[in-house]
Design a binder for this molecule. Structure first.
Ligand code: VGL
Ligand code: ZN
Length: 181
């Protein structure tokens, strides 16, 4: 049984002080650092937008490719990442899911490395974590969402709970980091 950790969008702009800061976004960092060594492979995604995109009609400008806001949170142990995916690079769509990355195919990478179990953490619960986890389970991967290693935008209060429910309904397993063997 081989398993991989997918770290979604742990980037400066989604952390306190960033342009699309998620409440407690930075709190996921030590939790993620503490579990990275448990996995055969570690994969990250980064929101990597062009300066002008339809995405910025609904969101403040964030994670523009190559800017400091698009960098990983400085506390993340990024040297342990085996594959860095970039997504949201197109100017015509949101690109929420790590499976929509444009620099590499997550599906191909998982298949080539015989990964059947994908553990998802990072930011934000209600957008990119949700989209990535649902794509993973839909593609047939055993998919786990690490509930103490995610944080939500919560445009509407309760979006976090709704998102967890939706992921669970689609077949994702919800678990805490302490339950990972
Ligand atoms: C995200 C809103 C806009 C995310 C990205 O990473 O969840 N959310 N762009
Ligand atoms: Zn974005």
């Amino acid at each position: 049984m081989k398993r991989a950790l997918l770290i979604v969008d742990v980037q400066n702009d989604f952390c306190p002080g960033g342009t699309l800061a998620v409440k407690d976004g930075d709190k996921v960092v030590p939790v993620i650092n503490g579990i990275m060594d448990k996995f055969d492979l570690v994969i990250s995604s980064q929101d990597w937008h062009p300066e002008e995109t339809v995405h910025f009609r609904k969101w403040p400008v964030h994670c523009v490719a190559g800017t400091q806001g698009a960098e990983f949170h400085p506390g993340l142990e990024a040297d342990k990442i085996d594959l860095e995916l970039l997504k949201g690079t197109d100017n015509k769509d949101d690109g929420y899911s790590a499976f929509e990355a444009t620099n590499a195919s997550l599906t191909d990478f998982l298949q080539e490395n015989n990964i059947q179990h994908l553990y998802v953490c990072g930011l934000a619960t209600d957008y990119c974590v949700k989209a990535s986890a649902i794509d993973a389970v839909t593609q047939g991967f055993h998919t786990y969402v690490i509930t103490d290693a995610i944080a939500a935008v919560n445009v509407q209060p309760g979006d976090d709970e709704k998102s967890l429910q939706e992921m669970y309904q689609k077949g994702c397993v919800l678990m805490e980091s302490t339950e990972i063997q």
